[in-house]
Design a protein around this ligand. Structure first.
Ligand SMILES: Cc1ncc(COP(=O)(O)O)c(C=O)c1O
Length: 467
């Protein structure tokens, strides 16, 4: 529902008060609203348990050494306003880490601390967009890009839509499609690019990223490169940063932070890496919005990458302490992702998952379930949104519909495997597969497996990945 419609239904709105009609263009991040729906169903006690595959939050908790630094900083009364860009030493530590991991010289002047990684999306638009300028987003993609792009341009952004493989229904972004958009449209200022990607869990190859970098230079647009999940990659895949392409620092706004890699989503501490002149603008915008990032969070972020000295107190680098904890967390994500992929593949072609490459999402295609007679006629489920609602309300299984990430996600579900393995991922996967078998049987379609066979196969997969 448009915000204006919601306001008009609200009797308490004073007739003298009007609101910014640009709000009609603002979208949403459905994970948050969906989470509220899940809580309602949970509170109703309709099901003994809700299986949570909707959560875009990390499964593991923040590593203890990170919490210890925060407690110490608070005990040291590091509680007042802080440096508006981020303390130089903290930014220096991040810059050194970026230089060593991206293979390009990054200075502290290229870094701004912000409350989470997300603010970089709006900062980029506010700093760069003029009236006639256009924005490209991947389709499907993290919904905040399109939401803010629409809010500021008063129209849908241009969409770089993933192609669907006809056989296995996996999605792939082709650089030639992006080039076509660039050739056919004028005044393109920003491309939002995310890898490892939410919602698909796909990683973009180095070859493609190098090709996109060349396009950015040729057509002169900035890439908002969101690699907030950069350390969560599987099977020895290495994340490639577009910043590593020579000359790309001039064309990149790199959104990153502590939320996903360090299991710190609720702390709200992130950073953006960009050309110096843009950091100055972002800093001024930041002062107008949030003044500064909390001192405690700045100290914590700094110690993840190096030592921090502030106001006579010394905080030692915790990298060595947290590294084994993080590696164990990432290994657990990988096992859960592979388990889920193999388990869902048992019911192919009715559910068609993509391989787990990174982050903690799979994006299986469910079009063949939607086509089932019992589903479309008896249950009147017409699309992925209806199916997601039905799964939650009638079966206690929570997953976000693919179309919440753009039209390119129609007919898919986003499954997050961040949650606990024993309480959610293993029993929840079994629950989902049983639901699908039931739907097949009710539609007089032979399932690829019987319930008994399914139980056996899942047991085998549990052994393979978790024993
Ligand atoms: C692709 C992507 N970018 C950015 C963010 C926001 O990160 P943060 O919580 O640090 O603001 C998210 C969160 O889900 C995300 O999935």
């Amino acid at each position: 529902m448009k915000l204006s419609e919601r306001f008009l239904q609200n009797d308490s709105l004073s007739p003298k008060v009007d609101y910014n009609h640009d709000l009609d263009f603002l979208g949403d991040e459905s994970s948050f609203a969906f989470g509220v729906e899940v809580s309602k169903v949970e509170a109703s006690k309709k099901f003994p348990q809700i299986y949570k595959f909707h959560i875009g939050d990390t499964g593991p908790k923040t590593p203890e050494p990170i919490i210890d630094v925060a407690i110490q900083a608070l005990k040291d009364k590091q509680t007042k306003y802080a440096h508006f860009l981020g303390y130089p030493q903290v930014r220096e530590n991040i810059a050194k880490f970026w230089t060593s991991t991206r293979g390009v010289e990054i200075k502290k002047e290229n870094i701004l601390l912000e409350p989470g990684g997300k603010p970089a999306i709006e900062l980029s638009i506010q700093a760069l967009l003029n009236k006639e300028d256009q924005i490209i987003v991947q389709n499907p993609s993290y919904p905040i890009y399109a939401s803010l792009a629409s809010f500021y341009t008063h129209k849908k952004p241009l969409e770089w839509t993933a192609r669907q493989n006809e056989t296995d229904k996996t999605l792939e972004f082709e650089v030639s499609d992006l080039e076509k958009i660039l050739e056919e449209n004028k005044n393109i200022k920003l491309l939002f690019l995310n890898t490892p990607q939410n919602p698909t869990g796909m990683m973009m190859s180095e070859i493609k990223l190098r090709a996109i970098a060349e396009l950015a230079k040729k057509y002169r647009f900035m890439v908002v490169f969101d690699d907030i999940y950069d350390q969560i990659t599987f099977d020895g895949r290495k994340h490639f940063s577009i910043l590593s392409v020579p000359g790309m620092l001039d064309y990149t706004i790199n959104l990153n932070g502590c939320s996903k890699n360090y299991a710190m989503t609720g702390w709200r501490i992130g950073f953006v890496v960009a050309p110096e002149w843009l950091i100055e603008i972002f800093g001024q915008l930041g002062v107008n919005k949030w003044s500064c990032v909390s001192r405690t969070n700045q100290i914590v972020a700094g110690t993840i990458f190096g030592d921090v000295d502030l106001d006579g107190f010394h905080y030692s680098c915790i990298r060595e302490k947290i590294e084994p904890i993080l590696q164990a967390d990432f290994a657990e994500y990988e096992k859960k992702g592979k388990f889920l992929f193999e388990a869902l593949s048992l019911l192919s072609p009715f559910i068609l998952p993509n391989q787990a490459e990174g982050a903690f999402y799979l994006f299986p295609n469910i079009e063949n379930i939607l086509k089932l007679k019992y589903v479309s006629e008896d249950l009147q489920i017409k699309n992925d949104k209806d199916f997601s609602r039905w799964l939650l309300q009638e079966k206690g299984f929570a997953a976000i519909p693919g179309s919440d990430f753009g039209s390119g996600g129609r007919g898919y579900l986003r499954l997050s495997y961040a949650e606990d393995r024993n309480n959610h991922i293993i029993p929840g996967t079994k629950h989902l597969l049983k639901i699908i078998i039931e739907l097949l049987e009710k539609s007089a379609t032979n399932p690829p497996l019987s319930m008994d066979q399914l139980n056996e196969k899942i047991k085998d997969l549990e052994k393979k990945y978790f024993s």
